[in-house]
Ligand binder design. Sequence first.
Ligand SMILES: NC(=O)c1ccc[n+]([C@@H]2O[C@H](COP(=O)([O-])OP(=O)(O)OC[C@H]3O[C@@H](n4cnc5c(N)ncnc54)[C@H](O)[C@@H]3O)[C@@H](O)[C@H]2O)c1
Length: 257
Amino acid sequence: MEGSLAGKVAAVFGIANQRSIAFGIAQNLAACGARLALSYQNERMGKSIDKLAEDLGNPWRRECDVTQDSAVAEFFGAVRDDFGRCDIVVHSVATAKREELGGSFLDTSWEGFALAQEVSAFSLVRLCKHAAPMLEEANGSVLALTYLGSERVVPNYNVMGVAKASLESCVRYLASDLGPRGVRVNAISAGPIRTLSASGVSDLVTMLNFVAEKSPMRRNVTIDEVGKAARFLLSDEASGVTGQILFVDSGYHIMGM
Ligand SMILES: NC(=O)c1ccc[n+]([C@@H]2O[C@H](COP(=O)([O-])OP(=O)(O)OC[C@H]3O[C@@H](n4cnc5c(N)ncnc54)[C@H](O)[C@@H]3O)[C@@H](O)[C@H]2O)c1
């Protein structure tokens, strides 16, 4: 895979720190020769990324809150100005009210529901809308991150499970819209990984232990394993693959009992 992404420009959304899945993906894309254009949510995340910059070859980076249409437009405008192209978009962004990632789903508020949908699902549509002209020129590829809680009930995942169901449907509709323009859209459904966002889900430790005990591979996955699958889906190796959800979860999702 070395050099397989040489000359390509990858816009990566969602690095908060060295535990972030997006960090594992960015490392793998850079190792394959991609040039990185990183986006971070706010100044605090920017400082966190500054500390990781050396590991990623001191990449280009810019603040972008994905709930702000103008910020996303400016981000991709700056990518065009500075790189002249965008081949890859990685959407590794999600949020929900902490108090709604536990307890009863019945207690979900409209505000919490709308927040989870806007940040975790609709933002993929927004990124694709603004990146589409450059992705079309490059025969580009888009990747989102999802979780099994979209299709099965996972205790405490609640409002985020519904947002992930929406995100996965967005992947399929976007794949259909952008396919004729030569752009592929896929998602990876990762097993639980201890990250900043995941620690907001009540009883994450039980989820991790359960997968380690019950999955075919009897362990959890790493951000590097997600990164390796991402570089496959985002490279020409996967040129015939679109609209798919690829599980990178030690096989956990196949088990019935
Ligand atoms: N960790 C897991 O167990 C797991 C499993 C499956 C899928 N995922 C998904 O992987 C993705 C990455 O999550 P992670 O686990 O690496 O956690 P993380 O906390 O490291 O990353 C989440 C990122 O979302 C960003 N974000 C939130 N609101 C934003 C906004 N308004 N604008 C811009 N950025 C915003 C945060 O700044 C952060 O960088 C998410 O979509 C998550 O749902 C995580």
